[in-house]
Ligand binder design. Sequence first.
Ligand code: GRF
Length: 201
Amino acid sequence: MTRLGILISGRGSNMLALAEAIRDGRIPNTEIAIVVSDKANAPGIERAKELGIKTQIVERRRRSREDHDRETLKVLKSHQVDFVCLAGYMRVLSAYFLEEFRDRILNIHPSLLPAFPGLNAQLQAIEHGVKWTGCTVHFVDETLDGGPIIAQRAIPVTEDDTEESLSARILEQEHQLYPDAVAFVVSGKYELAGRRVLRKP
Ligand code: GRF
């Protein structure tokens, strides 16, 4: 069994999409070991509990990034986590955290990276005037939303799109893409060649 640790800060809809995919066998031989939130009031925590998934809150509490990460790591390790999935986790990870889970941290971002990293990616896409945007699952490294790309999905931007309408259509795609990408990674059928994630037969 591959054990996932999922980090959230809010709604947790991608976390739920992963939980459903595991339940349906779309991510085989995998379980969610723990869902950790840095926010005590993250709605996703309640939703995880309803599904019987273990949860833990690790709040920032005026500590340094590294001290906070140390506690989060302790929780992940005590639950024997193999891969860490960021799902709307609104904190940048310290070098210390990245080192502990090198090439084993995934993130989902609501744009076709490397376009529009950072916050409000959907609004950035509308304001830039791109005709296509989408979502990306990537490995996390020390750059902001810049690690090796695992999978992407594209969708058109329409002239009457608002930030809300576009975000909703991207989110639908996220809920399919993230489980697919996690299934691919836990299958182990890939290799990292520099920045490239290559499929192995
Ligand atoms: C998603 O749009 C994801 O791409 C971004 O943050 C949002 C999280 O949504 N990283 P949710 O908490 O999974 O519903």
